[in-house]
Design a protein around this ligand. Sequence first.
Ligand code: ATP
Ligand code: MG
Length: 379
Amino acid sequence: MKSPFQFGRVVVGDTFTDRSFEIKRLKANIENNVHTMLISPRRWGKSSLVKQTALHLEKNKKIKFCFIDLFKTRNEEDFYSSYTRAIIKAISSKTEEIAALAKSFLGRLTPRISLGTDPLNDFEITFDMKGMKQNYEDVLNLPEKIAEKKNINIIICIDEFQNLGHFDEPVLFQKRLRAVWQHHQRVAYILYGSKRHMLMHLFENKSMPFYKFGDVIYLDKIPTEDLKTFIVSSFSRTGKVIAEEYAGQIAAYVKCHPYYTQQLAHLTWLGAENCVSAEILNQAVEELLNQNSLLYQKEIETLSNIQVNFLKAIAGGVNQLSSTVVIKEYNLNSSANVTRVRKALEKKEIIDVVGKKIEFIDPVFELWFKRYYSGVDSK
Ligand SMILES: Nc1ncnc2c1ncn2[C@@H]1O[C@H](COP(=O)(O)OP(=O)(O)OP(=O)(O)O)[C@@H](O)[C@H]1O
Ligand SMILES: [Mg+2]
């Protein structure tokens, strides 16, 4: 029997839980043509949420989803080319139709289509790259034109959107996108990515073109009760048993972090032949720490001594980091230094400041740090 838990990939269907509030909000945005920007720390489920919402709307033939991942996109030309291909592929799989669409809306870019072994699903479309940059408005208007012609709405979901920040003239490029996209009536954009600070810079900075482009959703963690139900039912679906109490402990260990919940639940599932015991769960936690240990060790190596001292203070539950006693006890130098270190660790996405509280972003890193680094065992 295969494990019912998945981590490290986009999850949908049985492996996806809850998010009913976010799905509802995203659906409302889609139906009302409002653009959405999705922000969360790493691995909280942005990509999965968008895919799951698309599945919910699958039956509506008037809405077409188009997925673009900018993971490898490094410049403007790459962008135009992935954008065009993704849109055309999402709209049609019929070669003649694709050729006709490309010709009527992108004629100036001399599109060429070459077929693969399966002509219905496998084709490549290439353009004159120089023309692509000169006629970027044609390219950026492509989805709107197609949507008008086919009387549909197109939802363009762009993952790793922050990569635009690495282009040669990032702000100019973003201005171009916004200038064209804001006139679209039948196209809504969902923009998200894995680098929260970069995305926040693009979306929240008043001087940036994508400031107030649409509805910004800050994804929350999944509530404990939903995770508990999810874990219990996934065990039972695969013929194994976990008591609610242990399911709750799994969620608590990883502070309801969606990725780690699935990883720890998976390790517990693997360890349990039948029924989960306290010992099996403890072993799974050890395994979780072991599996991530190398990664965390590397992370620590990038930190200065004073940054590590700062983390020790946080791990020790200290909140008044600028107090003289704390500065002395944890070797933090001075209160100006404390502020600098805090900012650096925030930028590295190791800690988060929530209200007045400073927290580790990665709950398993926190567990590991407490156990192996600062000697403070959290159990
Ligand atoms: N709704 C959910 N229900 C259950 N597990 C989830 C859910 N959303 C995410 N996960 C878990 O978290 C993992 C990461 O999800 P996903 O890749 O969607 O996150 P992300 O925010 O896009 O990550 P990144 O920041 O790396 O882009 C998934 O592989 C899965 O294990
Ligand atoms: Mg993602």
